[in-house]
Design a binder for this molecule. Structure first.
Ligand SMILES: [Zn+2]
Length: 284
């Protein structure tokens, strides 16, 4: 339980913040820096918001797409008694008094910049954690999952949105698209109630995103090739897949395959079915 009515936002943050260098929760909030009074570690403050990890690229307020606090998170804490963490808040448009908004960069309504792999929060701090469109961008999703587990209260709720067949985005900081089973693996320590496709991830929206990338990638092709790609219908693509996968036609000599090969490498890399890696073990 927290009494948010008379609390300033920084007081709420201070009530759960810890120093990742020494685990202390005692800080001296100075102008331009946050100092751990136990170990002396200095954290940079940018526009009065602490940056809670070292070697951060943060030097100002980032602009970015504006989106509201996840509605399930907002509903969960709506009566004001519970404390929520919005991990990967981006530029959330409507700050709520009992939701702490954090992201790797600082956005206008963020309370702090954090690294999801080492959350600067005390154990069992939150009643609910939401993390939308973050996990595909983490180099170690399992570490971040264990950090969320640590900062959630027993019985606390987790709401995740993460990518499966989304095209490449925010490169090079896009590491792991996950299947349902990969997501279940990342969060295997939790009691998972469901892994479902929320409306924002619906298949035709995803296909539209892919089509948009393919179409813009085709802008440098000859006009006939551009038109041939643009005029492909879902029926034609589905029939091509069925015919070639069933061996009724040859995939590798087909017009659709040849058109696909003409797309620029950056387009292929954004919406490819997979990659071929070749590598060499260093000699020493
Ligand atoms: Zn410290």
């Amino acid at each position: 339980m927290i009494g948010t009515n008379h609390m300033k936002k920084n007081d709420l943050l201070a009530s759960v913040l810890k120093c990742n260098a020494c685990q202390s929760t005692n800080f001296d909030w100075q102008v331009g820096k946050l100092v751990c009074t136990a170990c002396g570690h200095n954290y940079n403050m940018v526009h009065d918001k602490p940056v809670m990890y070292d070697n951060s690229p943060v030097n100002g307020i980032s602009r970015g797409d504006s989106h509201d606090v996840p509605s399930k998170l907002a509903e969960y804490v709506a009566d004001g008694r519970l404390l929520g963490l919005n991990l990967g808040a981006g530029n959330s448009t409507k700050p709520r008094p009992n939701i702490i908004n954090v992201d790797y960069l600082l956005y206008s309504n963020a309370d702090a910049a954090v690294d999801a792999h080492q959350l600067p929060f005390v154990d069992q701090a939150f009643d609910v954690v939401a993390s939308f469109n973050v996990f595909e961008h983490l180099i170690n999703p399992e570490k971040a999952s264990s950090e969320i587990f640590r900062v959630l209260k027993p019985g606390g709720r987790l709401i995740i949105h993460t990518a499966f067949l989304q095209p490449l985005h925010m490169e090079p900081y896009h590491y792991f698209n996950a299947t349902e089973y990969g997501i279940r693996h990342w969060f295997k320590d939790f009691n998972i109630e469901q892994v479902a496709v929320s409306p924002n991830f619906s298949p035709l929206l995803n296909l539209a995103w892919m089509a948009s990338i393919i179409q813009s990638g085709g802008k440098g092709l000859s006009k006939p090739d551009r038109l041939s790609i643009g005029n492909l219908t879902l029926d034609q693509l589905a029939t091509f897949w069925q015919d070639t996968s069933l061996g009724r036609a040859d995939m590798w000599t087909s017009d659709i395959f040849n058109l696909s090969q003409k797309l620029p490498d950056s387009t292929k890399a954004a919406v490819a079915g997979g990659f071929e890696l070749e590598a060499v073990r260093p000699k020493q």
